[in-house]
Ligand binder design. Structure first.
Ligand SMILES: C[S@@+](CC[C@H](N)C(=O)[O-])C[C@H]1O[C@@H](n2cnc3c(N)ncnc32)[C@H](O)[C@@H]1O
Length: 510
């Protein structure tokens, strides 16, 4: 149970929508809206791991990370007076966690690194995790002990289990909607320190996964485990996952429901950690995309944003660009569950958005970018800043060239076309030379966003129309931003004609 309210702090503060949910799953009475120092207490983390674990940095005022005020002031400076902040769920929000496994089989440490070290802190009572992630961790800990699974030793490169990824699906249509979140099931991915499933320690992997399924699978009073996967990784670098994935037990497909569509997420593709907050962001985003638009979704992952727009805004075309080829399978599965009536050309391209970025946005009305924390690739940002001059050049060259379409020869475009997936009822539209009038920037990195935003605005190609913040990471001083830019209208200077103005007499109608 949670309380949901809208409260405004007047002109100086952003509008904050706060949904206060309790740290445990037991139903509690709605909490009154915090207004003074009692804010901090009502919305405090209350986590025993705070300060030893690097995951959370803010213990009080979870509903209002300090950066919100800075963001509000920043947007005001650029003409957006009505920045809003949606606070969403404050505890148990994390539906996707990657955790290191260290220590010994008798005393496994499953958690995050201590700030600035490679010492893993065990976090069995993490308040950010969906409670079923914590339950699955306990089961895993038991299995590690029973089967003498050796946690990874970074110095020696030895051991069996390096990391675990836990992802919760809250999409169970057999349950009543209010019961779905708390009954989420966990997809467990074990990152195994071997080349493949035939390696010397494969029997332990098999024993551990069977244990998780036996104790947490559908034959138990509480069905906790959705599925078990293995990822094989032997490299000495810090990269968590290797390239080889194996589905071991349970359902292969993992479904979630956000932004009005069912989405499939394989463990290897990017998924947002805060499912409910992402859902809120998507619904807000829909409002800014005119019906029937052509959309380019850059940094698309499995195409969740583009596909949700295709459905809700009846887009005429959606083009998703993503560098991780593993996301393709999830995209294809999601497309299969879209409504049959959709009259949209949908494509997903395995490509780097920073290489010839113009080719990806040409022909689109709206471009959506959702880059990693480091922000936009410089080549993409520069291209977006040059949109007006590119448009001008294209206009004059199309007037001078004849109308016969040229054969495409650029290798990176031909390659990306080969690696693309085409879905939807509609054929890909004829390529036209329009460039987007709207740019929607979704950001999880406030510092890089500010730099990109300032640069886009100083180019005078774009102006800010709206901005919203979402509490994607309660317990930290980070927020997710949704910023809407529109093309700046440039007033044409009147040409001096050189002819003297002749006074025009107003003739009154009689
Ligand atoms: C913050 S995630 C967003 C994913 C997706 N929009 C979603 O919400 O599920 C950023 C994505 O950008 C991808 N990416 C990073 N650099 C890229 C690039 N240069 N070109 C295309 N995709 C890139 C990553 O693989 C990742 O899937």
């Amino acid at each position: 149970m949670h309380s949901s309210s809208l409260f405004s702090f007047g002109a100086r503060y952003p509008i904050i929508t706060c949904r206060v949910s309790p740290p445990t799953l037991a139903p509690v009475a709605s909490l009154p809206l915090p207004s003074t120092s009692s804010d901090s207490l009502a919305c405090s983390l209350q986590c025993p791991h705070f300060q030893s674990c690097s995951g959370c940095t803010q213990e009080l005022n979870l509903h209002r990370p300090a950066v919100v005020e800075e963001a509000s002031d920043f947007f005001k400076r650029y003409g957006v007076e009505d920045f809003t902040f949606d606070s969403c769920r404050l505890w148990g929000w994390r539906c996707r966690a990657k955790l290191a496994v260290r220590g010994s089989s008798d005393n496994a440490l499953i958690g995050l690194y201590q700030e600035g070290t490679h010492t893993v802190v065990d976090i069995p009572d993490c308040k950010a995790h969906h409670p079923n992630i914590n339950a699955a961790i306990e089961l895993l800990r038991e299995g590690i002990k029973v089967f003498d699974v050796l946690p990874f030793d970074e110095d020696q490169g030895t051991g069996d289990l390096r990391y675990v990824q836990m992802a919760v699906t809250t999409h169970s249509t057999s349950l009543r909607a209010p019961d779905r979140y708390k009954n989420g099931k966990v997809q467990v991915s074990l990152v195994w320190n071997s080349r493949n499933e035939k390696s010397y320690n494969a029997d332990k992997l098999q024993a551990l996964s069977s244990f998780l399924w036996r104790k947490g699978g559908p034959n138990n009073e509480f069905h906790l485990i959705h599925s078990v996967w293995a990822n094989f990784q032997t490299s000495t670098n810090n990269i968590i996952f290797g390239n080889r994935w194996r589905h071991l037990l349970g359902e292969r497909d993992f479904w979630e429901h956000v932004g009005g569509i069912d989405i499939s997420l394989d463990p290897s593709s990017f998924g947002q950690a805060n499912t409910r907050a992402f859902d809120s962001l998507l619904w807000k985003l829909h409002k800014y995309v005119p019906g029937g638009s052509s959309v380019a979704d850059l940094y698309a992952g499995a195409g969740v944003i583009g596909l949700s727009l295709a459905t809700s805004r009846k887009c005429s075309s959606v083009k998703c660009i993503e560098v991780n080829k593993e996301a393709r399978l999830s995209f294809e599965k999601t497309v299969q569950r879209l409504p049959n009536s959709l009259n949209c050309s949908i494509t997903w391209h395995h490509a780097d958005a920073s290489v010839n970025p113009l080719s990806w946005i040409i022909g689109s009305d709206v471009v959506v970018v959702d880059p990693p924390r480091r922000g936009l690739d410089a080549s993409l940002r520069q291209m977006l800043e040059s949109v007006p001059s590119i448009e001008k050049r294209m206009r004059s060259s199309s007037q001078s060239s004849n109308s016969n379409a040229k054969e495409e020869k650029r290798p990176w475009i031909l390659r990306a076309r080969e690696l693309s997936v085409h879905a939807g009822n509609k054929q890909a539209p004829e390529e036209n030379n329009t460039l987007p009038q709207k740019l929607i920037y979704i950001s999880c990195g406030w510092e890089s966003f500010k730099e990109d935003c300032k640069s886009l605005l100083s180019s005078r190609a774009w102006e800010l129309e709206k901005a919203h913040g979402f509490n994607f990471f309660p317990g930290t001083d980070s927020i997710e931003v949704l910023a809407v830019f529109k093309r700046r209208v440039v007033m044409k200077k009147k040409k001096k004609s050189g002819i003297k103005k002749v006074g025009i007499k107003k003739v009154r109608a009689k």
